[in-house]
Design a protein around this ligand. Structure first.
Ligand code: PMP
Length: 392
């Protein structure tokens, strides 16, 4: 008998069937995926340059234009998650030594500042305590003082539950010769955003929140102003994979014949197409209203349980993700674990600057229903009755 050359045996875990329990995902993302989108991702593969796939990509592009309310030619999906779109935005816009102003009122500004510094940009931070938002006056002071070429701001601050008002910011930035870059990963489809009317230069979002699409693709769009800045670059973007020149060509945005750049995650694109199709069928205005109404019901229910909402002003509350203070006498980890173990519901603790301070509840896309709000509030009442610690 021949002796085997293998020194590493097949892993036992892989020889057992895959297990995936049923869970209601009411954290800050991902949210549950409806059967239509799951089925799309399970379709047979086609080649990444086949006309049918290019057609799906064109439909995705049109879906993003609708969701973003933009007519920008340079609109596409990145093969990666929200962070990948954040990196793509920053690394295509910024060159070594460029001044960038980053509005930080939670973790996403912190991360954007980190990425911009890695790119060699001269980063200036505009700070607000977690739970607060920036006024046009705050922004204007930063623009006057630092004269940045790019301002980064987060529309839906998922670590704190803040919705940043965007009205007037685009005009303000342009008056000061600056481009406006907005992160709408946690807000798109759940709160109004109008890329063209609000003069946003770069807007990106993710797939796994309101769109209910598995993580792995991210939406992005660039205005003409942003395109011009990229065309005038003296140096190539630091990443080949995320080079917008290449991606624009692969996505048919530059009028040239499409060339192979990378093998796109085709099945992710099938799912993304269906997520965008479902949003188009529902209509943006209905989607915004659905998220608003269910968030109002949730906030009232949380107050009725004696809990305190983290964001004081109602207008500044993100309709997709609600942050509530961890009540005295409780450890956030106990409540999160109790809901998971006893009710099959995921919620989350804080993140970055809100860690230890809040619990975060997401109601996104198909998960944003009145029934889910009732189910969660019942489960939370149960948790509050059972998780009190005598030592806290
Ligand atoms: N920005 C915001 C506002 C987010 O909520 C998230 C995801 N929680 C991201 C960026 C990053 O997205 P991803 O985890 O898909 O990389």
């Amino acid at each position: 008998m021949a002796t085997s050359l293998l020194r590493v045996p097949p892993p036992q875990g892989l020889l057992r069937p895959l297990t995936v329990p049923e869970r209601l995902l009411l954290g800050p993302g991902p949210s549950n995926v409806p059967p239509r989108i799951l089925a799309a991702g399970g379709r047979q593969l086609l080649g990444h340059m086949h006309p049918e796939v290019l057609q799906v990509m064109d439909e995705i592009k049109a879906g993003i234009q609708y969701a973003f309310q933009t007519r920008n030619r340079l609109t596409l999906a990145i093969s990666g998650t929200g962070h990948c779109a954040m990196e793509a935005a920053l690394l295509n816009l910024l060159e070594h030594g460029d001044a960038a102003l980053v509005a930080i009122n939670g973790i996403w500004g912190q991360r954007a500042a980190d990425i911009a510094r890695r790119l060699g940009a001269n980063v200036h931070e505009l700070l607000k305590p977690p739970g607060e938002y920036f006024t046009p006056r705050d922004i204007e002071q930063g623009l006057v003082h630092h004269k940045p070429s790019v301002l980064f701001i987060t529309h839906g601050e998922s670590s704190t539950g803040v919705l940043q008002p965007l009205e007037g910011l685009g005009k303000l930035c342009h008056r000061h010769g600056c481009l406006l870059l907005v992160d709408a990963v946690a807000s798109l489809g759940g709160a109004p955003i109008f890329m063209d009317q609000q003069e946003i230069d770069v807007l990106y979002s993710g797939s796994q929140k309101v769109l209910n699409v598995p993580p792995g693709s991210a939406l992005i769009s660039f205005s003409e102003r942003a395109r011009e800045k990229m065309l005038k670059r003296k140096t190539k973007p630091l990443s080949f994979y995320l080079d917008m020149g290449w991606l624009a060509n692969y996505w048919g945005c530059d009028g040239e014949p499409r060339r192979y750049h990378h093998t796109a995650p085709i099945n992710s694109f099938f799912s993304l197409r269906e997520g965008l199709a479902m949003l188009a069928e529902l209509g943006l205005e209905s989607s915004w209203e659905q998220h608003r109404a269910n968030c109002v019901q949730l906030c009232q229910g949380l107050r009725d349980l004696g809990l305190e909402l983290f964001v004081k002003e109602e207008v500044a509350r993100l309709p997709t993700i609600t942050a509530v203070r961890v009540p005295g006498g409780y450890a956030w980890e106990d409540i999160v674990a109790f809901l998971m173990d006893n009710h099959g519901i995921e919620i989350a603790g804080g993140l970055g600057p809100s860690l230890g301070k809040v619990l975060r509840i997401g109601l996104m896309g198909c998960n944003s229903t009145s029934r889910n709000v009732d189910r969660l509030l019942r489960a939370l009442r149960d948790a509050l009755g059972r998780c009190r610690r005598s030592s806290l």
